[in-house]
Design a protein around this ligand. Structure first.
Ligand code: B3K
Ligand code: ZN
Length: 866
C-alpha cells in the first residue's frame, strides 16, 4: 500500500454541519442510519464527495431524500452527482443505511461486542467501520445519536454529550437519544450498550456547572470503582487549578470494557477504558495498578481540552494532543505524589521504550512525515518523547512563560483542528522567542548524544565544560542538525554543597559544540549534569566510580542522585558480564542509599531497582559489542545476589520495618513503604537461602492485599522456589473468575526465567483461561514472554522467536492492531550477534510472507526488515 504523506495534506472538500445517527443494535446485523448535513468547503478542491467506509454493507442511500446508488469500493464510496445526474448542490442532506456485524468484529475497532456489551473504538480510523463518513479529524460536527437495543441485555445506553430522551419500544426494546453540543471529529464518537452498573458522583466546576459523573462497570464490579472516581474528581480540580480548564458538559462517563486494544479512549464525555485501568480494590490491585489507574484517568480527562476542544488537523499532528496530554498527566502525578519519584519512573520508561525505539529500525520523528497504518504510530516516541519536548519548553520558559503560552493556545485555537506549527506559534508569540531551531525536536528522529569534556585551571578557579552534540542517523534521516538542548546543571563542592548561587543553572546547547565556563571556584567541582533529565538525550562522559558514589551520596538533585546509582549499576553489571566480581564500593554506596532514613522510601525503592536485561543489552551494544542475553541475565542475577549478600542486614530490617499499619490505603506514602519493603524482599529471595524463600511464602500467605501478595508470588515464581507451585495454585483458585487478576497469574509465569520457560509458556497457551482473542490475556502471556523474559525469548536456538511469530501470524488474521504492536518485540534485532539476527530475520520474513497479512503488521515487519 502507498504511504500517506504529511506533504499531501489538503483541506477537506466537504464539511459537515450536523450528524444524526440511529443505531438499531443487534449482535449480528446492526443497522446504522446516518444523516449528514453536508456543505461544500469553500477552501476545498471542489471535488466529488468521497466518504470513507470499510466492511460496510450499504443498504440504502439518498441525497436530499432522493435515492442514489453511489459507487463503493474497499475503502469507501464516491458520489459525483444526484440521482438525476445533476451536479451535487453546495449543501445537501446525505442519508445512508448500513449494516455491520459487531459479533464478528475481533479487531476491536469500530462497533464490537465485548462479553455481550456493545462498544466502540474509533480513533484513529474506526468510525469508517460504522458508517460512510469523511473519517478525518479536521471534519468536526455536532452529533445527535439515537440508540435502540434489547432492554433486557442492554439496560444501559450511552453516547457522547447529554441524554435528552429515552423510553420503551415494542418487543422488549428501548431507546435513548444523546446530543453532544460540542463539534467534534468522528474519532471522538462513542457508544456503549450493555448490562452496566453506575457509580455516581456530583461535581461542581469552578464555573458553577453541575456535572454528573459516572463510572460504569459489569454487575459485580461496583465495589472496585471508587479509586477511578476519586482520580477523576482530583483530575478535574487539578486542571482547573493548573491550567484554568473547567469541564464543559453536564455528564462525564467512564466505562470499563474487557476487550480493548489499548489503555483507554478519550471520547467526548464518554471515556471508554480497558477494565484493568478502572477496576481496583485492595485485594485485586497493586499499588502500581492504582497509580496507573490514576494517571490514565487523568490523561483521558485532560484530553477534554488538549485533544477534544482543540484537536489535530491530521494524524501527523498526533503528538499535538498526545505529547501535551502525557506531559499534563505527568505534572498531575508529580503534584499528587512525589515529583522526583515520578520523574525517575518516567525516565526509566522513556529509556526502556522510547530510546529503544529511537535506536532501532522503527525510529521516527515525534511528528512523522509518512505512514502506511496510522495505528502503528501510537508510539513511545509520539507519546513519551512528545511529552519530553513539551517538558523542555516548560524548562526553557519557566512555569509562567509556559502558562502564558498555553493560555494563548486555548484562547486562540479553541474549537479548531490544529497543527504543531499553531502550537509553536503560541509559544513564540507569548514569549517573543523564535523556535525555528527548537522545532527540530518534532522533525528529527533519534536520541541525541551529548559528549562532555571538562577542564580545570587552579589559577582563577576556572572550570570549563565543553558539550558536543550529535544525533545518530535513523531510517530516512542520514544527516542531523544541532538541536536546542536545555542542560540543567549544578556544581558540587568537596562537601557536597552546591557551588552555583542559584543551585541549578540551565545551559542551552544550540551548536554542535558549546563551551561553558565558570570562574572563581574554590576547588575543582564535581559536575551534576542534566539534572532532572532536562532533555531526552544520552549523556556521554568519562567519569569515575568514586565520582558516582559521591553523587549518589550528595547530589541535591534527587534525580541525579538516583541517576548516578543507576549508571554505576549498569557499569558494574556489564563488568560482571565480562567476568568481573561485584564491585564492593558500589554495594557500599547502594547500601548507604537504601539505609538513609532521610530519604523517601519510594525513592529508595527506585534506587534499589536493578537495571533490566533489555537496558543492559542495549548498553552493551552501545559500547561496541553484540549483546549476549544469557550472559547478561546471569550477570544481573549475580549482581542481585551479591547486593543481597552485602546488604542482607539492611534488607531484612527494611522488610521487617517498612510495613504499613492499618487497613490498606493506596496513598503515595503507604505505597512507597510497600515498594521499598517489596524491593528488599525481591533481593532477599535472589539471595535464595531457605529463610529468604520462607519469608516470601509467609508474606504471600498472610497478605490481605494484592500489593503485598503479588510481589511475594512473583519473587517465589521467578526464583523457582519450592513454594511457588502451591502459591500459584492458591492464587488460581481464588481468582479464576476474575479476568483482570488472572492476567497477573499468566504474566508472572510468562516472565519467569526458568530453563524450560518456553515449555511452561506453551503449556499455558493450552490453559482453559487462555483466551487469545482477548488482548489483555494475549499480552499477559505471549506479550509478557516476548517483552519480559529476555533470556528465554532470545534463546540461541531461536525457539522463542518462532513461538512469537506463530502467535503473531495467528492473531493477525483477527486483530491486526494488537499484533502489529507486539511485533515490536523484534525491533532490537540489530543489537544481537549474527546468529540471532539471522534467526529473527527468518521469523520476520515468515510473518511478511503470511497470506493475507494485515496492513498494520505488514508495515511494522517491513520497517524492521529495513
Ligand atoms: N487516544 C487514545 C489512543 C488511541 C489509539 C488508537 N490506536 C488513548 C490516549 O492516548 O489517550
Ligand atoms: Zn492520549
Amino acid at each position: 500500500p502507498a504511504p500517506v504523506r504529511l506533504a499531501d495534506y489538503r483541506p477537506p472538500a466537504w464539511l459537515i454541519e450536523s450528524v444524526r445517527l440511529t443505531f438499531d443494535l443487534r449482535p449480528r446485523g446492526t443497522r446504522v442510519t446516518a444523516r449528514l448535513a453536508l456543505r461544500r468547503n469553500p477552501d476545498g478542491d471542489g471535488g466529488p464527495l468521497r466518504l470513507d467506509g470499510r466492511n460496510l454493507r450499504l443498504v440504502a442511500a439518498s441525497v436530499d431524500g432522493a435515492p442514489v446508488s453511489p459507487e463503493t469500493d474497499a475503502e469507501g464510496l464516491t458520489l459525483s452527482g444526484t440521482a438525476s445526474g445533476a451536479a451535487l448542490p453546495d449543501a445537501f442532506v446525505w442519508e445512508a443505511v448500513t449494516e455491520i456485524d459487531p459479533e464478528d468484529n475481533k479487531a476491536l475497532e469500530g462497533l464490537y461486542l465485548s462479553r455481550g456489551m456493545f462498544c466502540t473504538q474509533c480513533e484513529a480510523q474506526g468510525f469508517r467501520k460504522i458508517t460512510f463518513f469523511p473519517d478525518r479529524p479536521d471534519v468536526m460536527a455536532m452529533y445527535e445519536v439515537r440508540i435502540e437495543a434489547d432492554a433486557g441485555s442492554c439496560p444501559a445506553l450511552l453516547s457522547n454529550g447529554d441524554l435528552i430522551e429515552s423510553g420503551a419500544l415494542p418487543k422488549g426494546r428501548h431507546y435513548a437519544v444523546w446530543r453532544d453540543p460540542h463539534p467534534k471529529p468522528c474519532y471522538l464518537f462513542a457508544l456503549v450498550a450493555g448490562d452496566l452498573r453506575e457509580t455516581r458522583a456530583d461535581f461542581t466546576t469552578v464555573e458553577g456547572r453541575q456535572v454528573r459523573l459516572g463510572v460504569w462497570v459489569r454487575p459485580g464490579d461496583e465495589g472496585r470503582t471508587a479509586y477511578a472516581m476519586d482520580s477523576l474528581i482530583r483530575s478535574m480540580r487539578w486542571d482547573e487549578r493548573a491550567y484554568g480548564r473547567a469541564y464543559d458538559l453536564d455528564v462525564f462517563n467512564i466505562v470499563a470494557v474487557d476487550d480493548f486494544n489499548m489503555g483507554a479512549m478519550e471520547n467526548k464525555g464518554l471515556n471508554i477504558f480497558n477494565a484493568k485501568y478502572v477496576l481496583a480494590s485492595p485485594e485485586t490491585a497493586t499499588d502500581a495498578d492504582y497509580a496507573r489507574i490514576e494517571s490514565i484517568v487523568a490523561h483521558e480527562y485532560f484530553h477534554n481540552w488538549t485533544g477534544n476542544r482543540i484537536t489535530c488537523r491530521d494524524w501527523f499532528q498526533l503528538c499535538l494532543k498526545e505529547g501535551l496530554t502525557v506531559f499534563r498527566d505527568q505534572q498531575f502525578t508529580a503534584d499528587e505524589r512525589s515529583a522526583p519519584v515520578k520523574r525517575i519512573e518516567d525516565v526509566v520508561t522513556l529509556r526502556a521504550r522510547q530510546f529503544r525505539e529511537d535506536g532501532g529500525p522503527l525510529a521516527h520523528p515525534v511528528r512523522p512525515e509518512e505512514y502506511i497504518e496510522i495505528n502503528n504510530f501510537y508510539t513511545a516516541t509520539i507519546y513519551e518523547k512528545g511529552a519530553e519536548v513539551i517538558g523542555m519548553l516548560h524548562t526553557l520558559f519557566g512555569p509562567e512563560g509556559y502558562r502564558k503560552a498555553l493560555d494563548l493556545y486555548f484562547e486562540r485555537h479553541d474549537g479548531q483542528a490544529c497543527a504543531i506549527e499553531d502550537f509553536r506559534r503560541c509559544f513564540e508569540d507569548a514569549t517573543g522567542r523564535d523556535l525555528t531551531q527548537f522545532a527540530r525536536w518534532w522533525s528529527q528522529a533519534g536520541t541525541p548524544e551529548v559528549g562532555v569534556e571538562e577542564s580545570w585551571q587552579e589559577d582563577g578557579g576556572r572550570y570549563a565544560l565543553i558539550f558536543r552534540q550529535s544525533t545518530p542517523p535513523t531510517p530516512g534521516q542520514p544527516d542531523k542538525a544541532p538541536l536546542v538542548i536545555p542542560v540543567a546543571l549544578g556544581l558540587l563542592g568537596a562537601n557536597g554543597d552546591d557551588l552555583l548561587p542559584e543551585g541549578t543553572r540551565i545551559v542551552e546547547l544550540t551548536e554542535a559544540e558549546t563551551a561553558v565556563t565558570f570562574e572563581g571556584l574554590p576547588a575543582r567541582p564535581v559536575p551534576s549534569l542534566l539534572r532532572g533529565f532536562s532533555a531526552p538525550v544520552r549523556l556521554i562522559r568519562e567519569t569515575s566510580d568514586a565520582e558516582r558514589a559521591f553523587l549518589m551520596a550528595h547530589d541535591s538533585d534527587a534525580f541525579n542522585r538516583w541517576e548516578a546509582g543507576r549508571a554505576y549499576a549498569v557499569d558494574v553489571a556489564l563488568r560482571m558480564a565480562g567476568g568481573a566480581d561485584a564491585d564492593p564500593a558500589f554495594l557500599d554506596a547502594l547500601d548507604a542509599l537504601a539505609s538513609d532514613e532521610s530519604l523517601d522510601p519510594a525513592f529508595r525503592a527506585l534506587a534499589l531497582e536493578t537495571p533490566g536485561e533489555d537496558e543492559l543489552a542495549r548498553e552493551t551494544f552501545a559500547r561496541g559489542t553484540p549483546a549476549d542475553p544469557q550472559a547478561l541475565h546471569a550477570a544481573r542475577d549475580a549482581l542481585r545476589r551479591a547486593a543481597a549478600g552485602r546488604m542482607g542486614d539492611a534488607l531484612e530490617r527494611l522488610h521487617r520495618e517498612m510495613t504499613v499499619p492499618g487497613p490498606y490505603s493506596p496513598d503515595a506514602a503507604a505505597a512507597g513503604r510497600r515498594a521499598l519493603r517489596n524491593r528488599a524482599l525481591g533481593l532477599l529471595v535472589a539471595r535464595g537461602a531457605p529463610d529468604d524463600l520462607a519469608r516470601a511464602a509467609g508474606q504471600f500467605e498472610r497478605a490481605d492485599n494484592m500489593s503485598d501478595a503479588f510481589p511475594a508470588l512473583a519473587a517465589l515464581v521467578h526464583a523457582d522456589a519450592p513454594q511457588a507451585a502451591a502459591a500459584l495454585a492458591a492464587f488460581h483458585d481464588r481468582w479464576r473468575d476474575d479476568p483482570v487478576v488472572m492476567d497477573k497469574w499468566f504474566a508472572v509465569q510468562a516472565t519467569a526465567p526458568a530453563d524450560d520457560a518456553l515449555g511452561r509458556v506453551r503449556a499455558l497457551t493450552e490453559h482453559p483461561l487462555f483466551d487469545w482473542l482477548n488482548p489483555n490475556r494475549f499480552r499477559s502471556l505471549v506479550g509478557a514472554f516476548a517483552a519480559g523474559n529476555p533470556s528465554a525469548f532470545h534463546a540461541a536456538d531461536g525457539a522463542g522467536y518462532a513461538f512469537l511469530a506463530d502467535w503473531l501470524i495467528r492473531l493477525d488474521a483477527k486483530n491486526p492492531q494488537t499484533t502489529a504492536r507486539m511485533a515490536g518485540a523484534f525491533e532490537t534485532w540489530g543489537i544481537y550477534d549474527a546468529g540471532r539476527q539471522r534467526l529473527i530475520r527468518d521469523q520476520l520474513e515468515r510473518i511478511a510472507a503470511a497470506p493475507g497479512l494485515s496492513r498494520d503488521t505488514g508495515e511494522m515487519v517491513s520497517r524492521m526488515l529495513g
